[in-house]
Design a protein around this ligand. Structure first.
Ligand SMILES: *Cc1c(COP(=O)(O)O)cnc(C)c1O
Length: 230
């Protein structure tokens, strides 16, 4: 697979951002939550820098990418122009890319195994950068999907803290595509609450209103802003 951005430039990404902002504000209002309680992570994976610049210039400051190599190709130049932009890794992370991830990203949403904990702890100590860490929970127990199983989550979170000295800030989930998402969001929120975790990364273009209703603090929205990925 190529790491080159391949999707076409969307001329309407600024309009997409405005529409998502309006819908997100509405979802927060309906949920009785302040808009400031939810961070919009604009998922720019596969889109080239030219598509991202207008969204940065429109004021969006938090972006999500799912691959380290692609993010390394696009973001150093974008961050040079917008130093206050924050970058979140939302896709799986290989342990041998942990150091690159710790230097480039401000948050990592996909912590799911002890070997990655060890690599991240080492990289954090070496580089002195402390990205926010989310444990990914495979709430649907899907074999092809990353994440710890719900019944293993408490033990894994404890191991992150006690065995690796990591500060875990929250949980992330990606519900199965063919199921109603709300039970998965509710389960993720319940596991977070009993482990004292304040942050919840859940909700995408199709289901972020439900996620906001169930306590999402980070919604990861790509296609509703940037258009369909090529
Ligand atoms: C691509 C991706 C998203 C964004 O999905 P959309 O449906 O385009 O909003 C969110 N989360 C993860 C983990 C992704 O890989």
């Amino acid at each position: 697979m190529s790491s080159e951005p391949s999707a076409p430039v969307s001329s309407s990404s600024v309009a997409g951002l405005a529409a998502v902002e309006a819908a997100l504000a509405r979802a927060c209002l309906d949920a009785g939550r302040p808009r400031a309680a939810v961070t919009l992570v604009a998922v720019s994976k596969t889109f080239p820098a030219e598509a991202i610049v207008p969204v940065l210039e429109a004021g969006q400051r938090t972006f999500g990418e799912n691959r380290v190599q692609e993010a390394l190709a696009k973001w150093p130049a974008l961050k040079a122009r917008h130093p206050d932009a924050a970058l979140h890794l939302i896709g799986p992370l290989q342990s041998n890319k942990a150091a690159q991830a710790v230097t480039l990203f401000d948050a990592i949403h996909s912590l799911d195994r002890p070997s990655l904990c060890a690599a991240l702890a080492k990289a954090i100590a070496q580089h002195g950068r402390h990205p926010l860490l989310f444990v990914q929970v495979n709430t649907g127990a899907e074999p092809q999907k990353a994440g710890v199983l719900p019944e293993a989550a408490d033990g894994f979170i404890a191991a992150c803290r006690d065995d690796y000295g990591l500060t875990i800030s929250g949980l992330m989930c990606i519900p199965p595509v063919d199921e109603p998402p709300s039970p998965h969001f509710a389960l993720t929120a319940k596991i977070a609450a009993r482990n004292g975790l304040a942050l919840l990364s859940m909700g995408m273009s199709a289901d972020f209103a439900a996620a906001v209703r169930l306590g999402a603090t980070h919604v990861r929205i790509g296609s509703a802003i940037f258009g369909h990925r090529g």
